[in-house]
Design a protein around this ligand. Structure first.
Ligand code: ADP
Ligand code: MG
Length: 705
């Protein structure tokens, strides 16, 4: 049977036997020739410069020399034998030393020949020496290593190194491999017209030059082509998926804007919508009447007013004869939604709102489920209890999920199945700002709406950074705020691995607060992750009702809690929090009319990165700006809300640095799929084959939320 070169095992390559092949498999998961070619160098060494031996003066310096090996001799006792060479150029002499491979060197490096030497210098007084240098004969001109100005450096491991597959050994393997490869083995899969248009080099050239670039220009060309390809292949997959979803997933058509919506809009609206809210509502409305099932992500910073958008979307569903549901990640958040929606919806609107959670049991639960089944509940609000088997709707038309990153893929799928004829329309709301730069990669096949404007009249939260030294001043300030009738959060970090430690921190912090804010004048609530849900709720509610003035908590209060009277957020050990988490926490205050404050307490000594995080917080309130900084500091994988989404990783391309390439790739992918959705055209054939072969193992990005 004919096996294409790329699919051959590694032993196919000269110089690679079963041992090396196994080792590469085990250590680096490199199984085939293709894997090997796809394992690009981690960097390159510039070998255009030669140093004169007389200029070698710094210990440990890595140098490249050109000269003649004039002598080679074995010295020392039997057990400490070493091979010492004398190497000369026109300016001086240096010693070369080998402790191993003595036999091979003696047989393969004839004296009085010219060599190129590369290695790290040892200075012993005036004596110069290099141990185990890289050494190449200069007469063998054919050796690509020697003419190349950029020498590739490959990753390796200790056991690979011990078996002759250090970077240098791997380079040898690659040289052997390239002697066997013809351009036809790496045939082109991108359409020629794209290459022409973007002036990209061919696949063969790109792969060859990423390993053995003859100069910097060749390297850049290869990188440009491969980066484009990485983005493009992902984008074409995403865009294709997106179009398929639109075709396949027909959805209910919500044509009318009816009584509920109009009554609410004319009589009940407590304020005028911001421009951003209006725009987003329009986008949703378009989706709901399009005939395709909506899958939309609604992003809006904390306090940007997502709730009212959710409500008005639900009213549209109701006016068209459907039910709607709203799912929140915790009982307290669900309850909060229930309370605020119940307040917003006037009795005259004749709507029934249900609340379902694990704590609704027995008869009242049965009754609620029955009403839901008969379609007499218009809006059902609750926790993940909503997706349980027993919950059936008569006609679920719209499902809204709040704070999306707390829910997994499977849970969302269950919600989908609650529809009858079609899947319900889905709106996912999140306060985790995902930088715009990431949308295309992350949500390439979800529609995204953004509320990027806060309601008017909000006083921006003032953020201050303080150290232990300032604590007395902070305490005085807090007391003054409490006297004005305000409430205070004090948050301690929670890191899962050291839950015990954190609890100690929290307890110590609590003790200290008791001294600084002694009862009965001051009352303190405590909430932490070890408490049972109803204990937490009890404490939360005491704070909400104003019974307590201070709330000491670990990060459990992060999401969604709404106590407008709380105006100060103190974050202890703030250097231990990530940026997006700090921003989420800060969002707990600034919800009322009063000036709010966020005080970041930290130790005096900070890492450079921690300093930048805290400074960013002090400087801006804009969640998107913060997300961009976070992305820059920590890389895409660490963004909150993206971990479970399996953010794609790229070998060469970088979402931030190569953002314009990403945009180009996205535009081209869109144009292609628009014209040729199934890639049936002759000139898309090789692209389609390539995608089928190498991209079908990719995750289904459409289900990431
Ligand atoms: P989030 O996006 O964090 O869920 P909410 O929907 O809870 O934000 O809104 C935060 C606060 O802002 C609420 O008290 C809400 O009533 C108020 N609000 C929302 N939209 C407006 C608006 N257009 N004008 C004035 N206040 C608004
Ligand atoms: Mg909210």
């Amino acid at each position: 049977m004919f096996i294409p070169l790329l699919e051959q095992g590694l032993t196919y390559i000269k110089g690679v036997g079963p041992t090396k092949s196994e080792l590469l498999k085990k250590e680096l998961a490199i199984n085939t020739v293709r894997d090997l070619l796809m394992d690009y160098p981690i960097r390159y060494e510039d070998r255009t410069e030669f140093t004169l031996i007389k200029d070698v003066t710094a210990n440990s310096e890595v140098v490249q020399l050109r000269g003649v090996l004039t002598n080679l001799a074995l010295v020392g006792q039997t057990r400490k034998k070493r091979l010492v060479g004398t190497f000369k150029d026109e300016s001086g002499t240096i010693e070369l030393v080998w402790f191993r491979s003595i036999k091979w060197i003696t047989e393969n490096l004839p004296v009085n020949h010219s060599y190129r030497i590369y290695g790290r210098v040892n200075l012993f007084g005036r004596r110069k020496s290099i141990a185990h240098p890289e050494i190449d004969r200069l007469s063998k001109v054919s050796d690509s290593d020697q003419t190349a100005s950029f020498v590739p450096v490959y990753r390796s491991t200790e056991s690979l190194g011990a078996s002759g597959l250090d970077s240098r050994g791997r380079r040898k393997v690659m040289q052997n491999l390239f002697k066997m490869i013809a351009p036809s083995d790496l045939s082109e899969h991108l359409p020629q017209y794209i290459l022409d248009k973007l002036k990209l080099v061919s696949y063969f050239e790109a792969i060859r030059d990423i390993h053995f670039p003859k100069d910097n220009r060749a390297l850049l060309q290869a990188e440009r082509r491969l980066k484009f390809e990485e983005f493009f292949l992902l984008q074409i997959t995403l865009v294709r998926h997106y179009f398929k979803n639109k075709q396949v997933n027909e959805g209910y058509v919500f044509e009318v804007i009816g009584n509920s919506f109009n009554y609410f809009y004319e009589k009940q609206m407590p304020f005028t919508l911001t421009g951003a809210q209006k725009r987003v509502l329009k986008e949703i409305r378009q989706d709901l009447k399009s005939g395709s099932q909506m899958n939309r992500l609604l992003q809006g910073d904390v306090g940007s007013g997502k709730t009212i958008v959710a409500l008005m979307s639900m009213l549209i569903a109701i006016d068209n004869g459907f039910q709607a549901c709203l799912m929140a990640p915790t009982e307290i958040l669900a309850q909060q939604h229930f309370d605020s929606l119940s307040e917003l919806i006037h009795p005259k609107m004749n709507l029934r709102i249900g609340f379902l959670s694990g704590s609704i049991k027995g008869k009242s639960r049965q009754e609620l489920l029955k009403l839901t089944r008969f379609g007499e509940v218009h809006i059902l609000i609750g926790t993940h209890a909503l997706i349980e088997e027993g919950v059936r709707f008569k006609r679920l038309g719209l499902a809204i999920i709040d704070e999306q990153h707390r829910f997994g893929v499977a849970q969302r799928a269950k919600l989908w199945e609650k529809g009858k004829e079609f899947h319900p329309h889905i709106l996912i709301m999140t306060a985790t700002p995902i930088p715009r730069t990431l949308h295309m990669t992350l949500y390439g096949d979800l529609d995204v709406s953004i509320i990027d404007e806060l309601p008017p009249g909000r006083k921006p939260i003032k953020t201050l950074h303080k150290t232990e030294y300032h604590r007395p001043e902070v305490i005085k300030f807090v007391k003054k705020e409490i006297q004005k009738g305000r409430q205070i959060y004090v948050v301690f970090p929670l890191i899962e691995e050291s839950e015990k430690l954190d609890l100690e921190d929290l307890n110590r912090g609590y003790e200290r607060l008791l001294t600084d804010f002694p009862p009965p004048a001051f009352q303190i609530s405590v909430v932490h992750g070890r408490m049972k849900q109803d204990e937490k709720d009890f404490e939360m509610n005491r704070f909400k009702d104003g019974v307590t003035q201070l709330m000491v908590a670990t990060t459990v209060i992060e999401v969604g809690v709404n106590v407008p009277n709380a105006s100060v957020m103190i974050i202890e050990n703030s250097e231990r929090f990530g940026l997006s988490q700090l921003h989420q926490l800060r969002g707990r205050v600034g919800r009322g009319a009063d000036q709010s404050y966020c005080i970041l307490m930290s130790s005096f000594k900070l890492t450079h990165e921690a300093k930048e995080r805290l400074q960013t917080m002090v400087q801006t309130n804009d969640g998107f700006e913060i997300a961009e900084v976070d992305l820059r500091l920590r890389g895409p994988g660490s963004l909150q809300g993206t971990q479970q989404s399996g953010l794609p990783t790229f070998k060469l391309a970088n979402i931030i640095r190569d953002n314009d390439v990403l945009k180009t790739s996205r535009e081209i992918a869109k144009r292609i799929i628009d014209k040729d959705p199934d890639l049936q055209a002759e000139y898309h054939l090789s692209l389609r084959r390539y995608l089928e072969k190498y991209h079908n193992e990719r995750q289904d990005w459409s289900n990431i939320s």
